[in-house]
Ligand binder design. Structure first.
Ligand code: TYM
Length: 333
């Protein structure tokens, strides 16, 4: 049996970027991959690499759990759990910190970018973050890790950690493979299509679509997305980043190829294209929001998280014991 692992940080409400780059892949793969056990978690320990308000964090953790289900993850097929409820993640993190080098951490693009945007008190964990991510993945001997493009470098470092550990202590970890979607691995902002779509305090709310945004607001955000003045629906990332991003979103949500979309809209103006795209996005989000509202305060959600935690814990503990033994920690059992 193979394993698949992935997670999302609860640092804010989820965006359409998270959905297309990550969650949609999880849902598709759950139906396509046989002989694979899925572990999809809420990466709450990762959230506190930057300051969070405790009650907001709590709310966001639950919200991601509900969105996983609302987006179509089937708890019968997928172990859904909260990272901090499995203490082995933090324990293996330390082993990973003792495997990876500081220079390797300092080279991470996301660290460099986040460091730039923070004015005070950069937390140590912001630097060592990839060690925790490696622990998340290697703890379950994941074969597959579905992620968006921005996590590619962290996954590479995870592979480095696994190889190094195996070399130092003997074969222990499976070397994971990153799965990055062909279309939609990097959804860009609607107002600033040169930057990745993400929810952050310094960005206008019009730049991103939240999965739980009011649907009228969603349609308006699409309609007011920045485009160029050509009025030609054509994919050209360099010269027409705005319309290219909208084509990517359209294609990722409908599975219609970008080529076919260009053909379909070759005689249309941006207004028509955006209006159709707004309908596509609203139709995608509407059932998700209904399900979300149904489940967010339910006991069922807690039961799902308990079940996921128990299964994850079993695997994680066994693996960690093995790792400690290989490193020579503690007493021989
Ligand atoms: P996070 O929480 O920033 O993002 C979660 C997932 O969403 C993808 N994503 C995007 N994809 C396309 N376009 C975008 N604009 C966009 N924004 C985000 C991310 O690539 C990611 O797949 N470190 C991870 C969480 C994590 C993890 C793990 C993932 C912790 N441990 C182990 C996989 C395996 C993170 O911060 O992702």
């Amino acid at each position: 049996m193979k394993r698949l692992v992935s997670g999302i940080k609860p640092t804010g409400d989820l965006t359409l970027g998270n959905y297309i780059g990550a969650i949609k892949q999880f849902v598709n793969m759950q139906n396509e991959l046989i002989d694979t056990e899925f572990f999809i978690f809420i990466a709450d320990l990762h959230a506190i690499t930057t300051p969070q308000e405790r009650l907001v964090l709590r709310k966001n953790i639950k919200s991601i759990a509900a969105l996983y289900i609302a987006c179509g993850l089937d708890p019968e097929k997928v172990n859904i759990f909260i990272q901090s409820e499995i203490s082995e993640h933090a324990e293996l993190n330390y082993i990973m910190e003792s495997t990876l080098y500081i220079g390797e951490m300092e080279r991470m693009i996301q660290y460099k970018e986040k460091k730039e945007s923070q004015t005070e008190g950069i937390r140590t964990s912001l630097l060592t973050y990839p060690a925790l991510m490696a622990a998340d993945i290697l703890l379950y001997d994941a074969n597959f890790v579905p992620i968006g493009e921005d996590q590619k470098q962290h996954l590479e470092l995870t592979r480095t950690a696994a190889n190094r550990f195996n070399f130092l202590y003997g074969d222990t970890f499976t070397i994971p493979e990153g799965i990055i979607p062909k279309t939609g691995a990097r959804i860009m902002g609607l107002q600033n299509p040169e930057q990745k779509m993400s929810k952050s305090a310094d960005k206008s709310a019009k730049d991103y679509i939240l999965l739980i945004d009011d649907l009228k607001v969603v349609a308006n955000k699409i309609k007011s997305a920045v485009t160029d003045s050509d009025n030609l629906v054509k994919f050209d990332k360099e010269n027409k980043p705005g319309i290219s991003n909208l084509l990517t979103i359209f294609s990722a949500l409908t599975n219609i190829s970008i080529k076919d979309l260009e053909e379909k809209y070759k005689d249309s103006n941006y207004g028509t294209f955006k209006s159709d795209l707004a309908n596509v996005v609203v139709d995608e989000l509407s059932p998700i929001q209904n399900k979300y509202n149904e489940i967010i305060n339910s006991k069922e959600l807690d039961d799902i998280l308990d079940k996921g935690r128990d299964r994850a814990k079993l695997i994680a503990r066994r693996k960690l014991d093995k790792v400690y033994h290989k490193v020579g920690l503690g007493r021989k059992k």
